[in-house]
Design a protein around this ligand. Structure first.
Ligand code: UCC
Ligand code: FAD
Length: 582
């Protein structure tokens, strides 16, 4: 009787409605801002057609591999069946395909081939931006590989690193190497100077053997690494602190018995996200290495790597936001609630529009840093550009890392309950976003880096910032619709200038407390200026102007509003501590 009355819900029948899934379309063609930005700055057809073809490949082929990487996480095999120690990190076939693809597509090589002169980094990073959310986190080893190539290039491409440089920057898959970046030890990832215990024992041939324990090493299937250690003198003593750290190059190789030379893989980390990629703890037990820096210049010498990996991190952050917005937009045209499609609910569209504004801001900020990097590398940079690059690199990394978590989290909600379901692939986006503000320097540590670079340049980096931000507003005088945005950025700039003058006379602890808000202010103001500048371009759309207006409605200078509330006064730290029961 029941089956006859409810035929749609009986036995194997579970109802006839099945929600259409969001569809990933060509991420290049779907991204109006990316295409507009490139039309404006890099109009060469060769770049456009390569990015378009790559976007097609990402949507139709690579995205599946990325999912495969997530579903087939790496495993560590300590022993072979006969009890021999082998320490094999087994990765998925898809992860290996990503490596070959990365070489073929020139995802590192482009930065060194420089096919478009000063715009080559923008081209390379545009490609990585399209690739990143589908890459199964292969963008992580690519970031470190690019960073290592940059360090080797800056130190000089000669023995013992000439072959490594050629391998890191090749397009030939069989020749391509990836690099690790082993800086973090158990005692410290931020405070590398106090945390590094690894010692380098000099050998008679001028090389070294490293002994120590590296607590986090990502993409540990790498072929080589750059790492820090303290050189031991004849008595076995080392110099403490940053002045005792030197930079080393080591290859990851195996002996005739198949054992890793001088390395034991202790275990793989069990991580919230980035599960596609192995992150290992390593015992360095006599790892053969070559010193690349002068003794005691390790941190300064690896700084080039930090610059590159922090820019890659920011690209991945902007790309994660863009991906979730693209999927949410597609879903809004497929999902019906309360009798109409989500796209016809104004409140839902307001939510998506806010995500879009954040994404656009992040994109323009990181692309501007890529522009500056390209200028520096092609010999076009002024001293001004170099100051801006130094200042904006930590700023873009710390700001976009936070934006990514917020936007991707909001993005998941736009799929309702489905956003929380593992095999949609959506939750992984959020898990992977969470790391972006932790590795390569946490938000606070990078905020303090901003303060240090301001102090070390005697304020010149801020002078470059103010001058350039103001120049970005120049074209807006004739575009009346942008008036409120220009006024907001102008006001924020003067408030920030006043803050800097006043704060410079305050004690160091005052500035330290203001560091994070100062970094956020720099990011918000500069991004506002970039959005305005882009909206004034002759090819800009109405949406470009609208995005600028919306961005500039937020508090662009939180360091001033928080200062007014006494957040940095000497009375604040004890109250903060008491509030946290510490
Ligand atoms: O997390 C890691 C890998 C994750 C996987 C890869 C992901 C890539 C993105 C993928 C996207 C999907 S590797 C570990 C990363 N670790 C960090 O980022 C460390 C964070 N801590 C800091 O950044 C600290 O500020 C330290 C370690 C740099 C502080 O060390 P010191 O020795 O106390 O620093 P000083 O005294 O500030 O700097 C020493 C020298 C100075 O040069 P001189 O001696 O000539 O005055 C500084 O100017 O180094 C220079 N320096 C820099 N130069 C320091 N930082 C920089 C910089 N950022 N740029 C240029
Ligand atoms: P801590 O320094 O202990 O920081 C703890 C908290 O204190 C943070 O909130 C921080 O902001 C805050 N803090 C620290 N100092 C200050 C200060 N002076 N003022 C105010 N606040 C402060 N490292 C590598 O070298 N190679 C890798 O390949 C690598 N891969 C990683 C992969 C993953 C998935 C993760 C999660 C980490 C990886 N790391 C790697 C390590 C990473 O770089 C460090 O974890 C990171 O730099 C933070 O260092 P920490 O863990 O020692 O944190």
């Amino acid at each position: 009787w029941e089956a006859a009355n409810y035929p749609a819900f009986s036995g194997a029948r579970i109802g006839s409605f099945f929600q259409e899934r969001p569809v990933l379309k060509n991420p290049f063609l779907e991204d109006a801002l990316l295409r507009g930005y490139l039309r404006r700055h890099l109009p060469q057809e060769a770049a456009r057609s390569d990015l378009c073809a790559f976007g097609e490949r990402v949507a139709n082929e690579v995205d599946r591999w990325g999912r495969e990487c997530e579903l087939t996480p790496p495993q560590l095999i300590h022993f072979d069946p006969w009890g021999n120690r082998v320490d094999h990190i087994v990765t998925s076939p898809a992860w290996k395909r990503m490596k070959d693809l990365s070489a073929q597509e020139g995802l590192v090589a482009i930065g060194y081939e420089r096919p478009f002169g000063e715009w080559s980094r923008v081209y390379q990073m545009s490609k990585l931006y399209i690739f990143s959310p589908s890459s199964g986190l292969f963008t992580c080893p690519l970031a470190m590989t690019d960073g290592a190539a940059k360090v080797l290039q800056s130190i000089g491409v000669s023995w013992p690193v000439d072959e490594a440089y050629s391998r890191l920057t090749t397009r030939r898959p069989e020749w391509f190497w990836t690099s690790g970046q082993w800086m973090t030890e158990r005692q410290g990832g931020s405070d590398v100077a106090s945390g590094t215990e690894t010692v380098a024992v000099p050998q008679s041939d001028g090389s070294y053997k490293l002994h120590g324990f590296k607590w986090f090493t990502s993409a540990t299937d790498a072929d080589m690494t750059l790492t820090l250690a303290r050189v031991q003198d004849r008595t076995g003593a080392t110099t403490p602190g940053s002045r005792g750290l030197s930079l080393f190059y080591a290859e990851v190789s195996r002996d005739e018995g198949g054992r890793l030379r001088g390395i034991e893989v202790q275990r793989l980390k069990d991580k919230l996200g980035t599960r596609q990629m192995p992150t290992a703890e390593l015992l360095l037990d006599g790892l053969p290495a070559h010193r690349l820096s002068d003794e005691g210049r390790g941190v300064a010498s690896i700084a080039n790597m930090l610059t590159i990996t922090r820019i890659h991190n920011s690209i991945s952050a902007a790309a994660a936001m863009r991906r979730v917005v693209q999927l949410a937009r597609d879903y809004a045209s497929r999902r019906t609630a309360f009798g109409k499609l989500l796209k016809d609910h104004p409140l839902h569209m307001q939510t998506l529009a806010r995500m879009e504004v954040q994404t656009r801001g992040a994109f323009l900020l990181v692309m501007d840093v890529c522009r500056l990097l390209g200028r520096e590398e092609s010999g076009m940079a002024t001293q001004f550009d170099r100051y801006l690059l130094r200042l904006l690199t930590p700023v873009v990394k710390l700001y976009t890392g936070k934006q990514a978590v917020a936007v991707v989290s909001e993005g998941l909600e736009s799929f309702g309950g489905q956003g929380y379901i593992e095999d949609t692939g959506l939750p992984g986006l959020l898990r992977d976003a969470q790391v972006l503000s932790i590795w390569e320097g946490t938000t606070n540590v990078l905020s303090l880096d901003v303060l240090r670079c301001v102090a070390r340049s005697s304020g010149m980096v801020l002078h470059a910032f103010f001058t350039h931000a103001k120049s970005l507003l120049a074209g807006a005088s004739s575009v009346s619709s942008l008036g409120p945005a220009v006024t907001a950025v102008d006001r924020a700039l003067s408030e920030l200038e006043t803050f800097v003058q006043v704060a410079a006379k305050r004690e160091a602890s005052y500035l330290e407390l203001a560091a994070r808000d100062l970094a956020y202010s720099l990011a918000c103001i500069y991004t506002g200026a970039l959005l305005i500048d882009h909206a004034c371009w002759k090819g800009a759309s109405q949406s470009d102007a609208y995005a600028a207006l919306r961005w500039c409605e937020q508090d662009l200078c939180p360091v001033v509003s928080k200062q007014a509330r006494g957040c940095y006064d000497p009375s604040a730290p004890p109250l903060d501590s008491a509030l946290c029961d510490l």
